[in-house]
Each structure stands twice: as structure tokens, then as C-alpha cells.
Write a protein that binds this ligand. Sequence first.
Ligand code: ADP
Ligand code: MG
Length: 217
Amino acid sequence: MITEPIVRASTITVWLTQAGADVRARGDYLTQLDAAIGDGDHGINMTRGFDAVDKALAGQGDGVLPGRLLILAGKTLVSTVGGASGPLWGSALRRAGRALGDVEQFDGPQLALALDAAIDAIVELGAAAPGDKTMVDALVPASRALHAELDAGSSLDQALAAAAQAALEGAEATVPMQARKGRASYLGERSIGHQDPGATSAAIILAALARSVGESG
Ligand code: ADP
Ligand code: MG
């Protein structure tokens, strides 16, 4: 019998650490994307936030619940990131953590519900719809792919790989869009032809999630 990977607190720590490392490694690229249609700080913002998340997580002992780690990471992002992405990702992680409640470990369908809770928080705060050229354009296709794969009986590894791929394609699909939310919307039609930085970092973060769950399963 194949044992399905289960997500634990340690998986969350590995994911957030890996996401931080990947965001840091791609920080210049994210900042360049933001320089084209925003104010050129997205890589700096996300790196600062994940640096602080690393420190906050390092202070957590064994036995901490995965939901608590997500709430802690979310609070940390809200309090350390000045740009729009801080409160948006911070609310997302806090809401995902609350959705998980007090479970010690969880499976694919619960992970999909936590992702949906995260997206709901982002939409409540930022009011972006798909097609507005934001992180939502990476996250919504990822959620759709995750649910579709799980419903079709795919393993969590496969489902998350598909979700990460959908996020990447969603980020790339922002290029021809005109921004209707956030700083890039001030550019109007001039925002067309550039990839959204927040959708790009969202795809990086979901790719890290797929790898982290794959490794810990
Ligand atoms: P700022 O725009 O304040 O400088 P960042 O550069 O860190 O913040 O983040 C910009 C990214 O935030 C955008 O590329 C976009 O994906 C995302 N974003 C901005 N506003 C919204 C919103 N209202 N809803 C969802 N995402 C948004
Ligand atoms: Mg910016």
C-alpha cells in the first residue's frame, strides 16, 4: 500500500524555509519585474519578510502545531513587510493556519482547504479578481489544479506538482493582462507586456510547497 504524504509542522517549517531561500535567490529578478510596473521593491519586501519568518520559526520548539506556525509566519510578514505583499501574504498564512485549527498533521484535502482559506483572505483584503494581474492569477489556478488532481485520485505529491505548474503558468499568463489592482494599475495600459511580480513570487512559493511536501512524505 502506498502511504500518502502527511503534512506536519516540520513540513511547514521546511516549506517556509525553502520558500524564503528561493525568494531570496530570485530577489533581484522579482525586484526587476516590480521595477517595470511598480516601485521596484518586491524582491526586497519578500526577502525581508522571509528573513523575519526564518528567525521567528527558529524560536519555535518541538511540538508546535502546523496551524500555529502558519499564524506566526503570517503575523511576522504583516509586521515586517511594508509593501502590499506583506499584509496580503500575512493574512493568507494566518487564515490558512486558522483553517487548520489544532490538528497535528493533515492530508491533501485539508491542505487544499487551507489554500482556499488563504486565497479568500487575499481577496477579502485586496479585492482582486482573476485577470486583474496580481498574485491571485497564480494562486487561483493552483487551487483549481490541486482540487482537480485530488478529486481524480492523484497522490498529494502529484497534485501539488500540478498546482505549482498551474501557478507558474498563471504567473506567465499575467504578461498580456492590464493591471486593475495594486500599484501597477496606476500605469493603465502601460502595465501590459510585463509579468506580475506578486504572481511570480506566488509561483515560487507554491513550487517550494510542492517540493517540501514531496520530501517529507
Ligand atoms: P507594493 O506594490 O506595495 O510595492 P510589492 O511590490 O511587495 O508591494 O507587491 C506587489 C504585488 O502585490 C503585485 O505584483 C501584486 O501581485 C500584489 N498585489 C498588489 N495589490 C494587490 C491586491 N489588491 N490584491 C492582490 N494582490 C495584490
Ligand atoms: Mg513594489
